[in-house]
Design a protein around this ligand. Sequence first.
Ligand code: HEC
Length: 147
Amino acid sequence: MKKYMLLFGFFLLIACANKSEKAACASDASDKKKKNFEMYQMSEMALLMEQMYVDNQLLKERINKGDTIGKFPNHFLQIHKAVMTDESENDAFFDEQAALFIKSQELIYEDPKNAKEHFNNGVSACVRCHEVKCGGPIPKIKKLYIK
Ligand code: HEC
């Protein structure tokens, strides 16, 4: 019984999430919208995001192990230029959040002693932008947090 309750809760969560989300990004687009595309083409921005996700996963491992942190990945700066699925989303809010995100990522490399704190601030910046722009990947992004 407990198992079913959990399952029910899970579906409820998905239902709510879907309702409040708008399809600002390809990963949020409803199935109906997706069917209108011959094939799901990833935008430059979506590709960059996937790359940032992987880079941050590796960075998290290095921070956890106490390995050297290396250099700020300059390709992250593409966030200011990369073409999005829906260019109308490239607004003042996006610019502002992108700058905040880059700032917290840079701090990891400038002040590696507090790498964990800066890293988690960076992840929060991902989440803050996504809360407005692209809800779909948030649960995945939250897994990046270093506990
Ligand atoms: C300034 C806003 C902003 C920040 C910061 C941001 N994102 Fe995104 N993200 C977006 C937008 C907008 C899209 C949709 C891109 C598109 O479809 O063109 C997106 C898409 C994605 C996607 C889905 C890509 C796909 O397959 O369609 C993932 C995963 C993602 N972001 C992860 C991250 C992670 C991880 C971070 C932080 C390391 C991050 N994002 C930071 C705005 C942001």
